[in-house]
Design a protein around this ligand. Structure first.
Ligand code: SN0
Length: 316
């Protein structure tokens, strides 16, 4: 693999899922030779708990060294070409990306969307600028519009709990007090469309996601109908794509409750975390044995290991 910014960078996503599951079975300390003498730099423009720590953990398991940089607290970077840098931006992405490429063999970038300018966000500006100017492989640690490491871990988790038949997987919008990115939902749809599952997306009117991610996906505005017989219920909030970055409603009727779960078929609850308890999901669901949220987070390590290993080995 040459880079990891979306499912499109992966020649065989299902094989990558199998690789992550295989890596999960390996004894600790048995994989250090794979990344020995290699270094990964992790750059965070935004907060991160799971991505930061699981990617570090993955790199450590592979014997790599890790450099962790809070880019938001460093020099303010200029991303525009031909900019006259006489105001607040101290360093251009051209120099920063080239310099970091001399220190690290792989660069990971975490960057959220501004949720103001849809065109700019959906060009995945910051990630793409790093890709353009970096001289080593770039890994997305969640970009403006995608979170591929999360989606890979989600698929791994579904694989571990998959029934003997083709499962029904429902991605449901849920309420939230803050305007959140569409990245997790976009990415989940993109990856699940490559998996052998029945995929259903449900959300209130006005929360339609970008067409490039929903083409071919069954969409229902009726959450109860969508949840009928579901094997996996993935809850996630996102702000509006149409009315870009806006919160259109906080309808508590969309929260995932035990009553909602009762419509499913012994449904497993999924969320990428962090989650707002009793807003997105009721305690009784999140604390139930059917919640996979903690295991999803565990699988982040094996997803990242599969990705880093594939990049280190330079294979497709
Ligand atoms: C981020 C998101 O993309 O929705 C990261 C998820 C992995 N989530 C949040 O920013 C939640 C923040 C909050 O206030 O609950």
């Amino acid at each position: 693999m040459k880079q990891f910014t979306s499912v499109h960078d992966v020649s065989n996503p299902e094989a990558l899922v199998r690789e992550a599951l295989a890596l999960k079975q390996q004894p600790r300390g048995s994989l250090h030779h794979i990344g020995q003498h290699h270094t990964i730099a992790l750059l965070f423009f935004n907060p991160s708990l799971r991505t930061r720590l699981s990617t570090q953990r993955a790199a450590i398991e592979l014997g790599m060294s890790v450099m962790d940089y809070n880019a938001g607290q460093g020099w303010q970077l200029e991303f525009e070409d031909s900019a006259v840098m006489n105001i607040d931006k101290a360093e251009h992405i051209k120099e920063a990306a080239a310099v970091i490429s001399q220190y690290a063999d792989i660069i990971g970038i975490r960057t959220f969307p501004g949720l103001q300018d849809r065109e700019r966000d959906y060009s995945d500006y910051v990630l793409r600028q790093f890709q353009q100017y970096a001289r080593v492989p770039v890994v997305s640690l969640e970009s403006a519009i995608r979170h591929p490491l999360q989606s890979l871990a989600d698929w791994v988790t579904i694989e571990e709990h998959r029934p003997a038949y083709r499962p029904k997987v429902v991605l449901s919008w849920a309420p939230h007090p803050r305007a959140l990115p569409q990245a997790v939902a976009n990415s989940f749809l993109e990856w699940m469309q490559r998996a052998d599952v029945e995929l259903v997306l449900t959300h209130p009117k006005g929360y339609e996601l970008a067409e490039e991610f929903t083409q071919g996906v069954t969409v229902s505005y009726d959450q109860n109908e969508a949840l009928e017989g579901a094997n996996f219920i993935y809850a996630k909030n996102w702000s509006s794509y149409q009315d870009y970055g806006r919160i259109l409603n906080q309808d508590a009727g969309w929260m995932i409750t035990p009553e909602k779960m009762a419509r499913a078929n012994n449904g497993k609850f999924m969320h990428c975390l962090p989650v707002r308890r009793n807003v997105v999901v009721a305690d009784a669901v999140l604390d139930s044995p059917n919640s996979l949220a903690i295991e999803q987070a565990n699988n982040r390590t094996y997803a990242a290991m599969a990705v880093l290993k594939s990049i280190l080995e330079g294979k497709d």
